[in-house]
Structures are given as structure tokens and as C-alpha cells.
Design a protein around this ligand. Structure first.
Ligand code: SF4
Length: 313
């Protein structure tokens, strides 16, 4: 058996920043820290911080007054920020700057009187945060069928935005339906699906065709990880999304000569290496890392944390 290890894979710049931010906050304040939603959508990462004493909450009312609260990489709506202020929380914003970009676009289009169509998945933390920026102006669509149901007048000002972690192909289909229904529809100059999502999907598209099985490391609630697993399946390969090596099953690999391993943007490298070690042990697999694109993106820690850091030094 040969293992193809996709590169790029795993942590993106936004996830690296959010995790570093929480680690640094723990160093500075101890572990009596609260995080609104999962810091990133990964079971392993959340368990690691939970073991350190961090508390993850789904409502601001769960956070004691005047506590330290981190906003996760997926961003929050203005309403959540307001609730935190009312509770006198000391907040640190670990929202990925590429998510913030989409929030700012929503605010701008709403201010200019556009109907905004957000392409995304209902209930995802990022979508809830973005919609909260301009709830009266944004309509969520998931697929071309939703586009057919839109009832804006044909001469209305319409713009579209997208969740950052969609399938490039599927989003493209929804955008094509939007453009055919609203030929003058506006969009931001630079697209919203982020570089990390695009690069990880491109790597699977290039490598899956030469593989028999595709293993994606990531959690079930990680949007970009699920898209990678779906791309593997779209090449008619056995394609699995797993949190770690303990979920791998021997029979998935029967008759498999080549296994592609990748990881979603929130999955740590340690779980990738565990899977490689398991396959090497069980099947005597050899390993080939294939780089389809170099990534050199990094984001600074949030300003409020840097200010606190320099005040301490
Ligand atoms: S997947 Fe993209 S948008 Fe999401 S945290 Fe990573 S870089 Fe930011």
C-alpha cells in the first residue's frame, strides 16, 4: 500500500491564530476562560482545551459576569457582542479575518440598500454570525432550488456573499443560478470562499483520482472537512471523514493500493500522523507527501490580546 499525504492539509492561518490566541489567553489569565462556541470545529482540539479547564458555552448567559470570553474563529453577531457588554465580560475576538471580511461586506451592502443573498449552510456558526450583521437584509440559500424561490423584484439591488468553507463547485452552481435570475447581481471583488478551503479541495481533486480510498481527518461538524470527504466520494472513491486513527476500520482498505490522506482546516497534524502510523503498521504502507500548492499565510493575534501582552511585558 502507498499513502499519498496531501499538502496543503490541516490547520489554516485562521485556526492557527484562534488556537494560539486561546493558548496565550490561558498563559496570561489561567484556564478560567470561557469560549463562545467551539474555538474551532474539531473534537480533538476542543477536548484538549476542556482538559486544561476552558469552558465552552453556547449562550452568553452561561458566562459569569466580568469573566474572560473568547469569540471563536467562526465569528459572532453584533447581538452577541451586545450581550457580552451587558454582562461586563472581557472579550477577546479570535474571529478569522477572512470571516470578518464577509461580515464587513454584509454591513456595506446592507447600508447601500442591497438585498443580500448569503450562500451557506443553515445553522453553521459562521452563517449565524454573518446573518446577524444585517438580519433584515440577508436571505440564506443553500442550493439552486432555494434561488428559484427568491422573490425579489427583477429591478432590485441584489448582492451575494458566501460562507468561507463551501465546496467551490457547489457554490459555483448556486452563483450561476443567481446570475441567471439576477443578471446585475453584485459580488465582492475578491471571493469569500477562503484560500485554505480552496487549496485543500484542489489537492483532493488532483490526488483522489489516483487513489482507491480517501481518508479525511476532521470532525463531522467541520464544514470544510465534510466538503473534502464529499469531493473524494464524487470521484467514486471510498471516502471517509474521521476524527482519528481509532475510527479506522481494516475492511475499508481491502484491495486498496493507494490511500489518500488529508485533513480539514481545523484538524491537527497529530491525528494525521496517527493515521499514517496505523496504516504503516497494519498494511506496511509507504508514504509519499504530494504538495499541490505552497501556503504562506499567517494572521496576527487579536489586537486586544497584543495590547494586554505588551502591558504585561
Ligand atoms: S477555513 Fe478559511 S475562513 Fe475558516 S478559519 Fe481557516 S482561513 Fe479562516
Amino acid at each position: 500500500m502507498k499513502i499519498l499525504v496531501a499538502n496543503p492539509r490541516g490547520f489554516c492561518a485562521g485556526v492557527n491564530m484562534a488556537i494560539e490566541c486561546l493558548d496565550e489567553a490561558i498563559r496570561m489569565f489561567g484556564s478560567n476562560i470561557y469560549v463562545y462556541h467551539e474555538i474551532v470545529h474539531n473534537k480533538y482540539v476542543v477536548e484538549r482545551f476542556t482538559q486544561k479547564g476552558v469552558t465552552f458555552v453556547n449562550a452568553i448567559s452561561e458566562v459569569p459576569e466580568q469573566s474572560i470570553l473568547l469569540y471563536s474563529a467562526h465569528g459572532v453577531s453584533p447581538e452577541i457582542r451586545e450581550q457580552s457588554r451587558a454582562r461586563k465580560l472581557q472579550t477577546i475576538d479570535a474571529t478569522c479575518p477572512l470571516v470578518t471580511k464577509v461580515h464587513l461586506e454584509a454591513v456595506k451592502y446592507a447600508r447601500e440598500g442591497y438585498h443580500i443573498v448569503l450562500i451557506g449552510h443553515e445553522g453553521h456558526d459562521e452563517v449565524i454570525g454573518t446573518m446577524g450583521e444585517a438580519p433584515a437584509s440577508i436571505t440564506l440559500v443553500e442550493d439552486p432550488e432555494d434561488v428559484a424561490k427568491l422573490s425579489f423584484p427583477l429591478d432590485a439591488k441584489v448582492a451575494y456573499l458566501t460562507q468561507t468553507t463551501l465546496s467551490v463547485e457547489e457554490a459555483g452552481r448556486v452563483i450561476a443560478s443567481l446570475k441567471s435570475r439576477f443578471p446585475k447581481i453584485e459580488s465582492p471583488p475578491k471571493e469569500d470562499i477562503c484560500y485554505a478551503t480552496t487549496n485543500r479541495q484542489d489537492a483532493v481533486k488532483q490526488l483522489a483520482k489516483n487513489s482507491d480510498v480517501v481518508i479525511v481527518l476532521g470532525s463531522q461538524n467541520s464544514s470544510n472537512s465534510r466538503r473534502l470527504q464529499e469531493i473524494g466520494a464524487s470521484f467514486e472513491k471510498r471516502s471517509f471523514l474521521v476524527d482519528g486513527a481509532e475510527e479506522l476500520q481494516r475492511e475499508w482498505f481491502s484491495d486498496a493500493d493507494t490511500v489518500l490522506i488529508t485533513a480539514g482546516a481545523s484538524a491537527p497534524e497529530v491525528v494525521v500522523q496517527d493515521c499514517i502510523a496505523w496504516l504503516s503498521r497494519e498494511f506496511g504502507a509507504t508514504i509519499e507527501e504530494v504538495t499541490t500548492r505552497e501556503e504562506h499565510v499567517a494572521f496576527p493575534l487579536p489586537r486586544e490580546l497584543r495590547v494586554l501582552q505588551s502591558a504585561r511585558n
